[in-house]
Design a protein around this ligand. Structure first.
Ligand SMILES: [Zn+2]
Length: 366
């Protein structure tokens, strides 16, 4: 890579001294923050566009400078060099010697082996998807007859195409990560909590998809291709916190569902709520006549209130007309139409099903 490069961005011309392509991207990404989004074609993701643009511009500059310096030295031969995986239009030219002045012929390499020279115009050079085109990544090496040698072996075509398909899938998954991150950054900026929580889960899911794919296929992760402007450390931390919290909530809900299913299995009927909201017992009536005279439950109003306050579970019966609070000391049934404690009894009077229900709660530490 050359030590410095010129960039053009829209009508602006940026001169940037960069040690490597990664910092160039970072530099452009930060510059990009000041450019309105409308300047970018809306179909292409801004980040991807910048990466592609910088990568390609740098690459063009690099290839161009390699070629012209070569010509300055009186040589017109170059070769791309062999990559582990190439795009289809690059593949056939990797180990070929190309003449940038479009002459053909035969030269020799370091080992005096004959080497065919191809006209650069006979290759895919100049096409966006061609050799040294957009997102190509092939280097441009000078070939000096008698001194140079092309090292390495072009990978098997089938193997190359297979790997190429994998990298394409990797790009797709990286795009998904960027979409999710951008939504999270946007929701964070607008303060939309609900959208942020949804986006946070999506970011984590897409990141997990990507890393699973990379691991499964033994591919390398790319930091910059998953980067998004505005998705800084603070957003990233908030995403992790939100995703963790949501996961904990999900686990707690799942656990409650299991406990309720266990309680239902004891034969308890009605709608079950664990950790019920406790009503203001002071506003409730107390049917002393029924509780203590007719039924002889021997429960004071104060005791019934305690049963409700200490309730671990609420079972709603009769279409919501009867709310039955159960504690480890006793139970109180509230008639919601009359706003009255209609009946109350101590734990000693719990029937078998109710005792089993309380056993389940105890077992789960409720
Ligand atoms: Zn290439």
């Amino acid at each position: 890579m050359p030590e410095f490069l010129f960039f053009t961005w829209q009508s602006k011309r940026i001169v940037s001294y960069v040690p490597c392509s990664f910092s160039a991207r970072i530099c452009l990404l930060s510059l990009f923050k000041q450019i309105p989004l409308s300047n970018v074609t809306n179909k292409r993701q801004a980040e991807a566009y910048v990466n592609m643009d910088v990568g390609t511009t740098m690459h063009n500059a690099y290839v161009q400078s390699a070629m012209s310096r070569n010509v300055d030295y009186g040589n017109d031969l170059v070769y791309p060099g062999i990559k582990r995986v190439s795009r289809p239009l690059c593949y056939p030219w990797q180990d070929k010697v190309l003449s940038t002045t479009n002459r053909s012929g035969v030269v020799t390499d370091l080992n005096d082996s004959p080497i065919q020279v191809y006209l650069i115009d006979s290759t895919s050079y100049g096409e966006p998807a061609g050799i040294w085109g957009i997102n190509c990544g092939h280097s441009c090496n000078v070939f000096i007859p008698g001194l140079s040698i092309i090292r390495g072996e072009v990978p098997d075509k089938e193997k190359n195409d297979e790997l190429y398909a994998l990298t394409q899938e990797q790009r797709r998954l990286e795009r998904e990560v960027r979409y999710a991150k951008r939504n999270a950054a946007m929701a964070d900026a607008t303060g939309d909590k609900e959208a942020f929580d949804a986006a946070a889960l999506r970011v984590k899911r897409k990141q997990a998809d990507l890393s699973a794919f990379l691991k499964e296929n033994d591919l390398n992760a790319s930091v910059y291709r998953s980067q998004v402007v505005g998705y800084n450390r603070s957003v990233s931390n908030a995403v992790t916190a939100s995703a963790n919290r949501q996961e904990q909530e999900r686990q707690a809900q799942e656990r409650e569902r299991q406990i309720i299913a266990e309680i239902k299995a004891t034969g308890i009927k009605g709608r079950i709520e664990l950790h019920p909201v406790i009503p203001d017992v002071k506003n409730l009536g107390f049917d002393d006549e029924h509780i203590n005279v007719e039924r002889n439950h021997n429960v004071t109003r104060e005791q019934a209130e305690t049963f409700i306050k200490n309730a671990k579970i609420l079972v709603t019966r009769s279409n919501g007309a009867s709310q039955n609070y159960y504690s480890y000391e006793g139970a109180a049934y509230v008639n919601t139409e009359r706003m009255t404690i209609a009946t109350a009894f101590s734990v000693a009077e719990y029937d078998e099903k109710t005792r089993s229900m309380m056993e389940v709660l105890k077992k789960h530490g409720i």
